[in-house]
Design a protein around this ligand. Structure first.
Ligand SMILES: NC(=O)c1ccc[n+]([C@@H]2O[C@H](COP(=O)([O-])OP(=O)(O)OC[C@H]3O[C@@H](n4cnc5c(N)ncnc54)[C@H](O)[C@@H]3O)[C@@H](O)[C@H]2O)c1
Ligand SMILES: O=C(O)[C@@H]1CCCCN1
Length: 312
């Protein structure tokens, strides 16, 4: 009989996942995902169950990496929260299976995995697409993803200035007090993004908050929120003037309101750029539209489990 699953808590996942280990592993996974005719990665588009009564969704994100023999699924609930709500907007649990027998080997917290893997993928997009000289980073939103993006972006790159905007100024101020380095708080998005080389949008918005007319030509935008077909963070002008990169084309055309409603064309998947089959148009204005993929959770679930087993 199979062993019962182990339970890995949020603080344990936090201690075990470091960006320096995450970025190379994610690059490998993104490359495999975007290889033409590859059967190495099996990842259907997320199944989403609406929770209308609570203004939320349950997303099921299974993935199988054949070569590494990693079978995993994340279960993630995400909500649209009113301003001032103290309820969390994302709750996630990751299940890691033994693919041969089908039993669950580990049940682990998925919130830290979600925060760190999403930020690490955005950092990969910035590494490939931001202007060669990037001094100013602006973060729109001041929640969990804002902090994980701040951490990985400041660990990976050397910005001279980091700015934050949030729809409530006090949230942005709290955020700025919680970061290791200096962050300036801005009251309007227009001012916050003026002259920015890299802009990260990590809001719970369902209407555009970032407008193309404010974005410096050649800037890179990592757009992480608005993960529903009728939600927006970016306006049509920006979506049409930028070269649009995604994690998964299939996911993007099914789930991204910014892509579907603007009619913008997807130029490439990040994995295609990493594979050298599509170019990184660094000199143009670029948008990386992130939706999140099960394989990103799967590689980390395996890493967490292995490290947890080997803990002294
Ligand atoms: N692409 C991915 O892989 C991925 C992964 C996880 C989360 N997300 C999405 O990223 C976003 C941020 O997630 P989080 O965990 O940081 O959430 P969070 O609740 O911790 O923070 C959300 C932030 O957005 C702000 N906000 C909420 N509604 C807004 C609105 N209407 N206009 C402007 N700002 C608004 C909040 O004030 C807060 O600062 C969410 O949309 C979430 O669904 C995407
Ligand atoms: O890939 C994810 O984990 C997220 C969760 C929340 C909504 C969008 N995608």
């Amino acid at each position: 009989m199979a062993e019962p699953p182990v339970l890995i808590r949020q603080d344990e996942v936090e201690d075990l996942l470091h960006y320096k280990d995450l970025i190379p592993r994610l690059e490998v996974a993104l490359r495999k995902f975007s290889k033409l005719d590859s059967a190495e990665v099996i990842q259907p588009v997320r199944t989403t169950v609406p929770l209308q009564k609570y203004n939320g969704f349950l997303g099921l994100m299974p993935a199988y990496l054949v070569h590494e023999d990693i079978l995993c699924t994340k279960l993630v609930c995400f909500y649209k929260r009113e301003s001032g709500s103290t309820l969390s907007s994302t709750q996630a649990t990751v299940l890691l299976f033994d693919p041969e027998y089908g039993n669950v080997k580990a049940v682990m917290d998925g919130e830290v995995i979600t925060a760190k893997r999403t930020a690490a993928v955005s950092a990969i997009s910035a590494k490939l697409l931001m202007p060669a000289k990037s001094d100013v980073l602006t973060i729109l939103g001041a929640g969990h993803q804002a902090l994980s993006h701040y951490n990985v972006f400041t660990e990976t790159f050397s910005f001279k200035e980091v700015r934050v905007w949030s729809r409530r100024k006090e949230t942005a101020e709290r955020f700025a007090q919680s970061t290791q380095g200096h962050v300036t708080v801005w009251e309007s998005v227009e001012e916050a993004v003026n002259g920015a080389d890299v802009i990260v949008t990590v809001t719970g918005a369902s209407e555009p908050v970032l407008f193309g007319q404010w974005v410096k030509p050649g800037a890179h935008v990592a757009a992480v929120g608005a993960c529903r077909p009728d939600w927006r963070e970016l306006d049509d002008v920006l979506m049409r003037q930028a070269e649009v990169y995604v994690d998964s084309r299939e996911g993007a055309v099914a789930e991204s309101g910014d892509i579907i409603l603007s009619g913008a064309k997807v130029f490439a998947e990040l994995g295609e750029v990493l594979n050298g089959t599509r170019p990184a148009l660094r000199e143009k204005t670029t948008v990386f539209k992130s939706l999140g993929m099960g394989i990103q959770d799967a590689v980390f679930a395996k890493l967490v489990f292995e490290q947890w087993k080997n803990k002294p």
